[in-house]
Design a protein around this ligand. Structure first.
Ligand code: NAG
Ligand code: NAG
Ligand code: NAG
Length: 246
């Protein structure tokens, strides 16, 4: 809803021949993001990232009763999208130090029941070999609700290119949060700049590697509000050991 109002506003500025400058690039094209996973449940959905034909990483705060893992999704409201693969899960493994009262260690691995078929619409993202320094450009993607009824699935896949900010900038943006080394902040400005509703646990992919999974944001990451992400680089050993062990 809000997006359409902005687009009308931009269109109006364009008509008036005034300069149109957005502080970030909103990629509104309906393109499938091959590593992006839709985690559908009886409660709220979550996003996730495919990191292996059998494994998805998401946030531990995601409560996913009756989980269905859906890959190759553009519009979750359209169950007949011919690129979609739906698969059951075998296990959900929370990080052992995650507590529901904290945003620390907010990471979870989901093992699929069968290896997913890889193609142009379904493809894992690489894990990072090095952390993303401040000012790195990242693509954050998830689904948004254009409709007001959030008891339905969201219907709009969106992504935005935003940069990693420093820990001190992030501490300024989130004064009441304890921003730790195991967290990554990405975005431009804090705060709810306009009403919006999006699916949580959005992945941040920087220079082709998965660097973050959204843990918390005051506002909407698709509108470039600063979000606090779990810093994947700090959890590589846990991820690799879990995949090897289970
Ligand atoms: C965002 O970055 C990705 C990866 O570098 C690029 O392919 C895409 O075109 C960019 N999108 C926008 C809207 O700038
Ligand atoms: C919202 O969607 C649900 C599920 O499709 C439906 O049962 C309900 O009537 C809708 N509510 C409104 C206000 O449209
Ligand atoms: C991006 O990744 C490539 C390897 O894929 C690496 O050589 C390059 O240094 C990276 N660039 C940045 C800015 O991190």
């Amino acid at each position: 809803m809000a997006f359409h109002i902005i687009m009308k506003f931009i269109f109006l500025l364009a008509l008036l021949n005034l300069p149109v400058a957005l502080p970030f690039n909103l990629d509104y094209e309906d393109v499938i993001i091959p590593y992006l996973v839709y985690l559908k449940s009886n409660y709220l959905p979550c996003a996730g990232a495919l990191i292996h034909p059998l494994w998805v990483v998401t946030a531990a705060h995601c409560n996913l009763p009756k989980l269905k893992v859906i890959l190759g999704v553009k519009n979750p409201m359209d169950p007949n999208g011919n690129t979609q693969q739906v698969v059951d899960y075998e296990k959900m493994i929370h990080h052992p130090y995650f507590l529901i009262t904290s945003i620390e260690h907010d990471i979870m691995l989901i093992k699929l029941k069968r290896a997913i078929q890889l193609n142009n619409y379904v493809k894992p993202v690489s894990l990072p070999h090095q952390p993303a320094p401040a000012k790195s450009m990242c693509t954050v993607s998830t689904w948004a609700y254009n409709r007001c009824n959030i008891s339905q699935d969201p219907d709009s896949l969106q992504n935005v290119n935003i940069t990693v900010i420093s820990k001190s900038q992030c501490r300024n943006a989130y004064k009441t949060y304890n921003i730790r080394e195991s967290m990554l902040c990405v975005g431009i400005v804090p705060g709810r700049r306009m009403p919006c509703k999006e699916v949580t646990a959005a992945p941040a992919v920087c220079n082709g590697t998965l660097q973050g999974i959204l843990s918390f944001a005051d506002g909407c990451v698709l509108r470039a509000d600063v979000g606090i992400y779990t810093r994947i680089f700090n959890y590589l050993t846990w991820i690799e050991n879990t995949i090897r062990h289970y």
